[in-house]
Design a protein. Structure first.
Length: 467
């Protein structure tokens, strides 16, 4: 009987010849289609192998089902892995979700400049080899007041390059309150070791005064380093040394001062409703010699580590061999130039850089969007099982920046009479365009602040598909 059942199994070629399957070969690949036909047939073979007599008695498989299964599996295998998702978490610079979305014009520039040859490292006037930094160096100097600038792969690389260039086999002084770990196991003491710098810790976890730095300076000192404690805050009995004091101390004792700002704001966004944060220009004006920051945190651009400061230090960094391994890529550079150009006009920044726009959006505007989304969901979904409410909540800056900074927002809280919050969240993540929310008090929370244009339609469709 088992033999008879096995004899019913289709041949690979037979299935391959079906119209619906031939069409798949054209849009995917012959190898994947054949693989999936084999897998599907093997699955039936295993069922037969393990079947008891009752099942074998009148065994037959459904060809239609088999073909549908093959089509489904081929499509799953052929879909893109890295893809668009909807960020309804309310974390604006969500590192796991790619930090800053880019303005369309930056992507248009990539298409224009990277689908042809470009003057990436070519000096058009002189007809000789040029520098990839030349395209944004003047712009960065204009925007920050620095003498010189360069860009590497990310800020972690920038920190490493600065330390390796200035402090290899020499002492670098850091406050004990700033020996932080920044996401992904990037720990200041370890980075220093790796870059060959000898760490000299000063002060205490909660208090480090200017005199602590001064007392630690020796003939071996190459650098005073200040690290922005982006992702945690010490509150209570605290004191730290200001950028201005460190700038003065460095200038007086002729020791270079380096500040790893982390997020790095180029303009003061407090006029646009965001909190006041010191800008890169403030640090340059305070006499800091070298400053590094990320391109995709508060700046709202691409992943990059931007270094600005005194020319004599930046020139040395450009010549460091390490730089070759961490250099910025062409596509990033093209997009970064476009994003930096927005900063010549702060109004443009707030209106056109998606993540900055989100951070500055007024709470009343978020509320309006939230009400619209709720109406859209109610129009599309006739399910009475949902209980959806508009509630006040808080968004986060994210990207390890400003953990204490809660931004007032409006969210939709979603309850279902049968499904748990986890089950709804799972279904939203399985939607055509995955929707990532968060769960609070057994409710799914969708924060409207981080939604982009068109996301409302996807969310309402996805909810309408949940029974
Ligand atoms: C985020 C951060 C970094 C790392 O920057 P990446 O661009 O993510 O590599 C380094 N230092 C500080 C202070 C940061 O906040």
């Amino acid at each position: 009987m088992r033999k008879k059942a096995f004899a019913q199994l289709p041949k690979v070629d037979e299935i391959l010849a079906k119209e619906k399957i031939i069409y798949l070969i054209d849009i995917t690949s012959r190898k994947i289609v054949i693989d999936e036909i084999r897998n599907a047939i093997d699955e039936i073979r295993n069922i037969i192998k393990n079947a008891d007599h009752d099942l074998l008695d009148n065994f037959c498989y459904c060809e239609e089902e088999l073909i549908e299964k093959i089509i489904k599996n081929v499509k799953i295998r052929y879909q893109y892995n890295l893809k668009k998702v909807i960020n309804a978490t309310g974390v604006v610079l969500h590192t796991n979700l790619g930090r800053s979305p880019l303005p369309k014009s930056a992507l248009d520039r990539i298409v224009e400049v990277a689908s042809t040859y470009s003057n990436l490292e070519y000096d058009i006037d002189l007809g000789i080899r040029g520098s990839r930094y030349s395209h944004i160096e003047d712009l960065l100097c204009e925007l920050t007041g620095a003498e010189s600038a360069m860009v590497v792969n990310n800020n972690a690389a920038a920190v490493t390059l600065v330390l390796s260039t200035i402090s290899e086999n020499k002492e670098a002084i850091v406050s004990r309150g700033e020996l932080v770990e920044i996401g992904g196991a990037f720990r200041i003491p370890e980075v220093m070791k790796w870059a060959g710098a000898k760490l000299v810790e000063v002060g205490t976890t909660n208090k480090t005064r200017c005199v602590d730095y001064e007392n630690a300076i020796s003939s071996e000192t190459s650098l005073i380093m200040k690290v922005h404690t982006s992702n945690y805050k010490i509150v209570g009995f605290t004191e730290n040394t200001s950028v201005k004091e460190l700038g003065e101390l460095g200038n007086r004792l002729k020791i270079p001062v380096y500040e790893d700002i982390g997020s790095g704001a180029l303009i003061d966004l407090s006029e646009y409703g965001f909190v006041k944060v010191p800008t890169v220009r403030d640090s340059i004006n305070a006499g800091i010699d070298i400053i590094s920051f990320s391109g995709d945190k508060l700046l709202g651009g691409t992943q990059a580590g931007i270094i600005v400061g005194k020319k004599k230090f930046i020139d040395k960094m450009k010549k460091n061999h390490l730089n070759r391994a961490i250099r910025i890529d062409k596509l990033t550079l093209i997009a970064l130039e476009e994003v930096l150009r927005f900063y010549r006009n702060p109004d443009m920044v707030v209106n056109s850089l998606p993540s900055v726009k989100m951070l500055c959006e007024t709470v009343s505007s978020v509320k309006e969007r939230c009400e619209k989304l709720k109406l859209l969901i109610e129009k599309k979904s006739n399910s009475t099982r949902f209980d959806i409410n508009i509630v006040e909540n808080f968004s986060q800056v994210g990207g390890g920046a400003m953990p204490m900074q809660n931004i007032p927002t409006y969210v939709l809280s979603i309850l279902h009479d049968r499904l748990s919050a986890n089950e709804i969240a799972d279904k939203l993540r399985q939607a055509e365009i995955p929707i990532i929310g968060r769960i609070e008090d057994d409710m799914v929370i969708l924060d409207v602040r981080t939604l982009l244009e068109g996301d409302d339609i996807e969310i309402s469709n996805a909810l309408a598909n949940i029974e």
